[in-house]
Ligand binder design. Sequence first.
Ligand code: NA7
Length: 539
Amino acid sequence: MAIEQRDVLIVGAGFAGLYQLDKLRKIGYDVHAVESAGGLGGVWYWNCYPGARVDTWGPMYQFSDEELWRDWNFSELYPDWSEVRAYFKHVDEKLNLSKDISFNTQVTGAEFNEDAKRWLVHTENTETGEHKDISARYFLLCTGFGSKPYIPEIPGLETFKGECYHTARWPQEGVDLAGKRIAVIGTGASGVQVAQESAPVAEALTVFQRTPMIALPMRQRKLTDEENAKDKETYPERMAQRNHHFAGFDFDFLDKGAADVTPEEREAEFQRLWDIGGFVPWLGNFNDLLFNEDSNRAFYRFWRDETRKRITREDLWEDLAPTEPPHPFGVKRPSLEQNYFEIYSQDNVSLVNLRNNPIDHVTTKGIVTADGVEHEFDLIVLATGFDAVTGGITQIDIRNAEGESFADSFRDGAHTALGAATAGFPNLMFVYGPQSPSAFCNGPTNAEAQGEWVVNFLDHLMKNDIQRVEATREAEQVWQQKIDEVCEMALFDRAASWYMAANIPGKKVQMLMWPAGLPAFLEEVNTSAANGYPEFVKA
Ligand code: NA7
């Protein structure tokens, strides 16, 4: 059978992959996308556990194109997974993307052929088992930061006879939580959300917490069509602001440090941000929050005192909102919560603090903790996160002409030029991948901002008939230095977070993202474009 030939092959049909598909197709390239899920949306296909919702307010969690937002309304400020999926359907109807996407299709491997200067990509349809090879000049990985779930090695987990699901591999048909004895392991964004949904309906809910979550109030509310219509008058301006703000939102850090104002001003500002809620008390806080320990602690104290007011069981204060911060605030991803702290006043909800009482093993019936107690469950929810940012790439057997894979190349840490490509892997680029703003940035904004640069770069290569392009090692070193400079000043290394690759045993600890914010990132990549992309060798 003849091998399918493409100009560009995209892996992933989330925001980043869809943007590439749409724009590259519009400028005339023969583009195809493969997606392992059965539908659009990337993480929003897989993360369909009860309570899964986006922690960015919906109006800004969209593509900026007016054609797409004009007649789209979210019904809540923070939409749930089903509405985000419906949004992707809406985008698909407008842009007719699905016709160029192979769903249920996994990339099983790929090799670069130096003679042809093309990638040969092997795929498998997970429903039919059919194998297909695709040859592409350029290979674009849009695998997101959360495409490889992490399940910790807990002795006996496989022997458990009840139901057990990772949040990002939740059964598409749903799971009824009502009347069940439920364990939730993990208190990141997913754990907090699923615990909130379980508490009102479960016979019993036990949350297994390793690190207290410094969760921020979501301040969720319904949005009427009238409100949406009124709000849309502000969209053009707010969408335009996104590229100019650190994390790609319609707000930014304040232009002053907490250390520069009086304690009274500081507390008043904290209160104002707190009342707005969402990520505003994080990425709209004083601009020294992630750099100055005293400023950071001041906010932690504010958070702790506000949060303790909501925890009626004082014996849980040290577990849930300890006197001393578990780590500096905001250098590990804060979850947004609606009633997370209130659920602990319910009789059917309990907390196991794994710092004092770790999980020893799992039995057919439940979880045995170090104190010897067997906690029996019908359902264990593994809200244990992801081999973030790089896992989605290293899990695919992509090999360069020397036979080196990404798993080999990233063993001592991910390395890229401009957060876009890795030396040794010609004609291959990432969007929303390692050392890009990635998870420090609103997803749609990153998909568009970095995405536009990638589209222009590919267009430049193809227009100039460049057959082969490869990032240089020197450019990677310069990029790494810039990342290190920010990290040396910031408090990121003070938390064992997935931002720092510290959540996966044995993974090289490193800052996985570009930590200097989207505007600085865009300045770097746009300078590169203006200078003819000197970070790459072209032939
Ligand atoms: P996260 O944020 O990585 O959270 C994972 C949670 O699982 C976290 O509380 C971990 O504790 C806990 N964890 C991980 N391994 C273990 C073991 N072995 N034992 C007990 N507890 C464990 O993943 P989420 O899915 O919630 O969110 C990921 C991102 O998706 C989120 O930030 C959003 O951007 C969307 P720890 O804190 O490491 O002590």
